[in-house]
Design a protein around this ligand. Structure first.
Ligand code: F6P
Length: 329
């Protein structure tokens, strides 16, 4: 069987380990893997991965040594053309012409919505691997890239704290997460930040200012506030403005970590998750399954229909936010 693999949407550290797992899991069972470059757009443009000898099939050796590398050797994109029905039909025709009967799509909710659209025009098996730093997918405890993103953000907050303490300042540190506060809450807990603002909870400016004034009275001279980019009051810069207007008792500075969180060598957790889900996705395809994401829940493999993974964003346990408040008093 010929299996295609691609990455789509925002890249995430660990995608390379996932590609490696797909190539090795399929290859070791006698199947061929074709690397599709730049996600759905690359498929439409028929951009296939070629090795140094110009071969289209990814050999077992073609993925040697890629697991520690950040980004994705296949590249990634967000495709406007594929959002159209004409684009989806064209992609289906290309897959048929290429003799590709299975696809592993590594990405997040946008990637899986695309997979559902493709399945309306193509009869092959399409299985997803949870590849996004956001950790917002139903059907897997963690997503590939989340652990690395949190680790990078934690190190950044640790460094910012040094200068905050030297200058008696409060820093607002913005992390990624358009719809999800997972990176924000985990970063805040790991770096012992005092305040976290995320889209899932109400960001009450007067309440935060009262909290900051209480900290000031207790003798605190510096504060770390982590804010998710999708917070309903805005990112770090907007929030700083609103807190200043409401009487924040600390001099403030803002930092946007942004795409920094998507880079770097993946953590062990991300590499292991990527390896497990890549292998699981191939096994699902070989069993004839389609339209599901290969996730890990608890210690077990779990296949979840795409419809369920994208129906809503995974909710963050409020106990984590309570814990943060308890520990910052
Ligand atoms: O979905 C992953 C993610 O990194 C989000 O956290 C972020 O909001 C978005 O991608 C940014 O996307 P882009 O790189 O297209 O601006």
């Amino acid at each position: 069987m010929k299996i295609g693999v691609f990455c789509s949407g925002g890249d995430a550290p660990g995608m390379n380990a996932c590609i490696r797992a797909v190539v090795r899991a399929a290859g070791s069972r006698g199947h061929e893997v074709v690397g599709i470059r730049r996600g759905y757009q690359g498929l439409l443009d028929q951009e296939f991965y070629r090795d140094v000898d110009g071969n289209c099939v990814m050999s077992l050796r073609s993925v040697s040594g890629i697991s520690p590398r950040g980004g994705t050797i296949l590249g990634s994109s967000r495709s406007d053309e594929f959002r159209t029905e004409a684009g989806q039909k064209k992609a289906a025709t290309i897959l048929k012409d290429q003799g590709i009967e299975g696809i592993v799509a590594i990405g997040g909710d946008g990637t899986f919505r695309g997979a559902m659209a493709l399945a309306r025009h193509w009869s092959g098996s399409i299985v997803g691997c949870p590849g996004t730093i956001d950790n917002d997918l139903i059907g897997s405890d963690y997503t590939i890239g989340f652990s690395t993103a949190v680790q990078t953000a934690m190190h950044a907050v640790d460094k910012v704290r040094d200068t905050a303490e030297s200058h008696d300042r409060m820093f607002l540190i913005e992390v990624m997460g358009r719809h999800s506060g997972y990176i924000g809450v985990h970063t805040a807990l790991a770096s012992a930040a005092e305040v976290v603002c995320i889209p899932e909870t109400d960001t009450d400016i007067p309440e935060i200012v009262a909290q900051l004034q209480a900290m000031r009275q207790r003798g605190k001279t510096s504060v770390m506030l982590v804010v998710a980019e999708g917070d309903e009051r805005g990112g770090a810069v907007e929030l700083q403005q609103k807190l200043a207007e409401a009487g924040c008792p600390f001099p403030m500075r803002s930092i946007v970590l942004g795409h920094l969180l998507r880079g770097g060598s993946p953590t062990a957790e991300d590499r292991i998750l990527a390896s497990r889900t890549g292998d699981f996705a191939v096994r699902l395809i070989l069993e004839g399954k389609t339209g599901v994401m290969a996730g890990i829940v608890g210690e077990a493999d779990k296949a979840t229909p795409f419809e369920e993974t994208v129906a809503q964003h995974r909710t963050i346990p409020l106990t984590l936010i309570d814990l943060l408040e308890t520990l910052s008093t």
